[in-house]
Write a protein that binds this ligand. Structure first.
Ligand SMILES: *[C@@H]1O[C@H](CO)[C@@H](O)[C@H](O)[C@H]1NC(C)=O
Ligand SMILES: *[C@@H]1O[C@H](CO)[C@@H](O)[C@H](O)[C@H]1NC(C)=O
Length: 233
């Protein structure tokens, strides 16, 4: 029995469709390879991270190379955003820019290690609240270290069932808090890591490390360039 013309047409249409789908799927890997090889993409070797608790109203803008900007409002919620490296680790971190919070916020070299899982902050500047400074912070001071032109206070506290790079977990936070606040300079992270370890605060394998803007129930702006030290005045 001969096929009715509609069925032939339908089959032809199906074959065109299938050929089209196969053609659309196959070249994809080659396209991706070309994208990776583009010079402007390759030159931008910075890692960026933007975490939002879902209630913070925040606009994070990734610029070229080490630039980023954050604009947040609403005085509600928590976010951490910035650029750096993955993995992080011992490094002379140059950065410059502006940090203008209203309320509670931190400008830090911020990162994580695994095994043990640790969240750490090397705080360069902050808003109204000096981290770890109030009894409700439930933090313990472990020592002090003088590095890069200022004393930093070493503190630790435990985070119970909080968000982490390994999902909700219980883990320690390590803090190194600059007593002479600044926005811009060079941070020798290894000196802080050594101070943590010397204070009995064990570190693990480095995950990402960024020059982070964090806001908590606040508003403000920051505009940071990672990899560039401030020009001397
Ligand atoms: C920003 O935060 C400050 C300090 O909490 C507050 O006084 C001010 O009203 C806030 N501004 C806006 C536009 O929300
Ligand atoms: C850190 O330095 C401060 C201020 O100089 C001092 O009061 C404090 O005792 C020191 N803390 C430790 C644990 O060394």
């Amino acid at each position: 029995m001969a096929r009715p013309p509609q069925t032939v047409l339908l089959l032809a249409a199906l074959m065109v469709l299938v050929t089209g789908v196969v053609a659309a799927v196959l070249p994809q890997p080659q396209l991706q390879l070309r994208n990776v090889a583009e010079p402007d993409v390759a030159a931008d070797s910075f890692y960026s991270s933007f975490w939002n608790d879902g209630t913070a109203k925040v606009k994070y803008t990734n610029g070229p190379q080490g630039q980023y900007a954050v604009d947040w409002s609403g005085n509600k919620g928590n976010f951490v955003a910035g650029k750096g490296w993955n993995p992080g680790g011992p490094r002379a971190v140059d950065y410059s820019g502006t940090f203008a919070p209203n309320g509670n916020a931190y400008l830090s070299i911020y990162g994580w290690t695994t095994n043990p899982l640790v969240e750490y902050y090397i705080v360069e500047s902050y808003g109204t609240h000096k981290p770890c400074s109030s009894p409700t912070d439930d933090a313990t001071q472990k020592g002090n270290v003088t590095v890069d032109g200022s004393m930093y206070e070493i503190w630790t506290k435990i985070r119970k069932n909080k968000p982490s790079i390994q999902g909700t977990a219980t883990f320690p936070q390590y803090w190194s808090i600059r007593t002479d606040k600044r926005v811009g300079g060079t941070v020798h992270t290894d000196d802080h890591f050594k101070a943590f370890v010397a204070s009995g605060l064990k570190m693990g394998r480095h995950s990402y490390m960024i020059v982070a803007t964090e806001g908590q129930d606040s508003n403000g702006t920051s505009s940071i360039v990672v990899g560039v030290a401030p020009s001397s005045t």
